[in-house]
Design a protein around this ligand. Structure first.
Ligand SMILES: N[C@@H](CCC(=O)N[C@@H](CS)C(=O)NCC(=O)O)C(=O)O
Length: 252
């Protein structure tokens, strides 16, 4: 326990029981919020949340780096294990949560082939989607935006989106699908949650009408998932430090 928490670790974190999420309202944070909310609806899962103001760099302080050397959110701490188990990397957190709590495989699969599919799409987005979209968001909102850099990342994001479009449209066979993994038309799973949290703003991140027109199945998939109550909650006010300042972690 002594190497796990430091003197300056916020009391809210040290005293947390059960599952404790440290997060912020960002795409990687939101994917974990959404799955937690889904597991709450399905099984009554409980957890507590702490928020970090990323602009204040709390996530780069020693107390946080002990928990996640990568200095980034979200992280999930399971205080039900001894010692507590910390999970970093949002996709690994989704995987931990379905293993822990999704006993009926509502958001995961029992069949090894379907598991393999879900794992492929989870890793595809983690490795080839979110890093490029993260850079695209950064450079396109940057004051001295370099058009070549913005264009390079935009093309990479569009390429990743087209990979998903191929999958959902069945362009090269297999028929159209509703979700990324699973037999037939697929089943809503963490493979979808993982990428949806990033792609949900597909119509607001600087793509032209022509570019969007190439992605009809992906846009339908965005809309299909957006209406889930757990998804709506995962995006919103429970994770907003303006609404819940008492969740905010600030050390001197
Ligand atoms: N690969 C990591 C990336 C995490 C990440 O980039 N988190 C961002 C917010 S979405 C962050 O903490 N940014 C603040 C920083 O880099 O200091 C994951 O999937 O969890």
């Amino acid at each position: 326990m002594s190497s796990f928490y430091a003197a300056e670790t916020p009391e809210r974190v040290k005293k947390a029981q059960g599952l404790h999420l440290i997060t912020s309202l960002t795409p990687n944070g939101r994917k974990v919020h959404i799955l937690l909310e889904e597991l709450k609806d399905a099984y009554g899962l409980e957890w507590t949340t702490s928020l970090i103001d990323l602009d204040k760099n709390e996530q780069k302080k020693d107390w946080f780096l002990r928990l996640n050397p990568n200095g980034r959110i979200p992280i999930l701490i399971d205080n039900n294990t001894s010692p507590p188990h910390v999970v970093m990397e949002s996709s690994a957190e989704l995987f931990y949560l379905v293993n822990l709590a999704d006993r009926n495989n509502l958001f995961w699969f029992s069949d090894p082939i379907e598991q393999s599919e879900a794992f492929q799409w989870l890793i595809f987005w983690h490795a080839s989607g979110q890093p490029n979209q993260g850079q695209y968001n950064f450079f396109r909102n940057n004051a001295d935006r370099n058009p070549h850099v913005v264009d390079r990342f935009k093309r990479e994001v569009l390429r990743a989106y087209d990979v998903l479009e191929i999958r959902l449209s069945g362009r090269y066979g297999g028929g159209t699908r509703k979700y990324l993994a699973g037999k037939d038309k697929g089943k809503y799973s963490i493979a979808d949650v993982n990428s949806w949290a990033w792609i949900r703003n597909i119509r607001r991140i600087g793509f032209s009408e022509d570019e969007l027109a190439q992605l009809p199945h992906l846009q339908q998939w965005v809309d299909r998932i957006a209406v889930r109550p757990a998804v709506e909650r995962g995006l919103g006010e429970w994770y907003d430090e303006d609404v819940h300042p008492e969740y905010l972690l600030e050390t001197s």
